[in-house]
Ligand binder design. Structure first.
Ligand SMILES: [Ca+2]
Ligand SMILES: [Ca+2]
Length: 354
C-alpha cells in the first residue's frame, strides 16, 4: 500500500517532486507565489494521501514473526532418517499461534457468504476449553463475526488444514476483502480452487512463488527445537530451550483450556512461543498420502506430544478444539522492506523524469 501510495503521489503530482528536487534557486520561471502555493497544496495533498493509505494498511491484521537464519542447518537425525529441521533458506515464522482475533478479521473480510466453510459454528462458538469464542450474526450474504474479549489473543481452533491454507493465501494476497474466490483465498501460496474433500486438500501443493504459508514441517521443527547459532548446533527435546518440561513452562495437561498466546515465557531459541502446547499446530507435511502433519501437543494432552520425537497427523478436513496453526513467511515481511522498496521505486521514477 505504501508503495502504491508513493507511486500515485508521484504520478499525480510530478511537478511537486521535480520542483522539490530542483530546489528554490532552480525553479522554472514565472508566477513564483502561485507556484509556491501550488507546491504546498501538492505537498499537503500527497502527505494526506499517504496518511490515508497508511491508515488503511493499519486496518490489516499484523502477524508477529521472528527470523530464522542458520541457513542450511543439519537435520535432527535422533529419531528419523533423514530427520527433520533442516531448512536451506532464511524465513520468518509466526512468533505465536494464529489467534481467534486474527481469524475473526479474516472471516469478516471474506466470509459474508461462507462458501468454503471457514467458520465452524458448533466448535468455534464454544467458550469452554475447546472453543475459541467466535460467533456469527446475520444471514448468508451479510454474515458478520465477532470474538469474545477473552479469546481475542487465544489461538483459533477448529480450523481444518484447508481453512489454514486459505488464511495463508489471504495473507499472501494482501488481506483483501471480498467473495471467496481466486483473488481472495482460493489462490496464493496454494492453488486451492474450491478443494474441500480430504483427497482434494491432500493434492494441494505449495507454489514456488509464495510469501505467507502454513509452516512446512521442517520450518516448524527448526524454529521449535533447533539450538541455533551455527549450522551444526543440534536440537533440544522441547521447544523451550530445554530437554525437560514442567506445566509451569508450557500449557499441557494442567489448566484444561487454551491460554493467551505467549502466556508461558519460555520461548524457543528463535523466539517463538507455544510451539509446545496450548494447541497442536497443522503443518504442510503430507503423510502416507492421506493426512496432513500436526505437531507440538496441546492443553489437552501430556508432555510426550511436545517432544521433537513426537509426530502426528490428521485428515485435512478435521476440525477440533485443540488444533490450530502457525504461519511462515518469505521474504522477510518487514514494513521497512516494503517502505524501502517504495522509496527505491520513487527514486527510480524521479531519475527517469530527469
Ligand atoms: Ca472450516
Ligand atoms: Ca502450540
Amino acid at each position: 500500500m505504501v508503495v502504491f501510495g508513493l507511486l500515485i503521489a508521484v504520478e499525480m503530482y510530478p511537478r511537486f517532486f521535480v520542483l522539490s528536487r530542483l530546489g528554490p534557486n532552480r525553479r522554472l520561471g514565472g508566477h513564483k507565489d502561485k507556484e509556491e502555493k501550488m507546491q504546498k497544496l501538492f505537498a499537503v495533498t500527497a502527505v494526506l494521501a499517504l496518511l490515508c493509505l497508511g491508515s488503511l494498511a493499519q486496518a490489516n491484521i499484523t502477524i508477529d514473526t521472528v527470523p530464522v537464519g542458520d541457513v542450511g542447518n543439519a537435520a535432527d537425525t535422533r529419531y528419523a532418517t533423514p530427520g527433520y529441521g533442516s531448512v536451506g533458506y532464511a524465513y520468518n515464522i509466526g512468533k505465536y499461534e494464529v489467534t481467534a482475533g486474527q481469524y475473526t478479521d479474516f472471516l469478516n473480510a471474506v466470509a459474508a457468504t461462507d462458501t468454503y466453510e471457514l467458520y465452524n459454528n458448533w466448535e468455534m462458538s464454544r467458550t469452554d476449553g475447546y472453543g475459541c469464542g467466535i460467533t456469527r450474526g446475520g444471514v448468508s450474504g451479510s454474515y458478520t463475526y465477532s470474538v469474545a474479549t477473552d479469546f481475542i489473543n487465544r489461538p483459533v481452533t477448529a480450523v481444518s488444514w484447508g481453512d489454514c491454507a486459505r488464511f495463508a493465501n489471504w495473507l499472501h494476497n494482501g488481506q483483501p476483502t471480498g467473495a471467496q474466490g481466486l483473488a481472495t483465498m482460493e489462490d496464493g501460496a496454494y492453488y486451492v480452487n474450491g478443494a474441500t474433500t480430504d483427497a482434494a486438500l491432500n493434492a494441494v501443493t505449495h507454489k514456488a512463488d509464495w510469501t505467507w504459508a502454513i509452516t512446512s514441517e521442517d520450518e516448524w521443527y527448526k524454529a521449535a527445537y533447533y539450538k541455533g547459532g551455527s549450522t551444526s548446533a543440534g536440537y533440544w527435546l522441547y521447544p523451550t530451550q530445554s530437554d525437560s518440561i514442567t506445566t509451569g513452562k508450557a500449557n499441557y495437561n494442567s489448566v484444561g483450556r487454551t491460554t493467551g498466546i505467549g502466556s508461558y515465557a519460555y520461548p524457543s531459541p528463535y523466539g517463538t512461543f507455544d510451539q509446545g502446547g496450548n494447541v497442536y499446530e497443522w503443518n504442510e507435511a503430507l503423510l502416507y498420502g492421506a493426512f496432513r502433519g500436526v505437531r507440538g501437543g496441546s492443553f489437552d494432552y501430556g508432555y510426550v506430544d511436545l517432544q521433537a520425537s513426537y509426530r502426528t497427523e490428521s485428515d485435512p478436513t478435521y476440525e477440533v478444539g485443540m488444533v490450530g496453526f502457525r504461519v511462515s513467511a518469505v521474504p522477510e515481511p518487514s514494513s521497512l522492506l516494503v517502505l524501502g522498496s517504495g522509496i527505491l521505486a520513487l527514486a527510480g521514477l524521479i531519475r527517469r523524469r530527469r
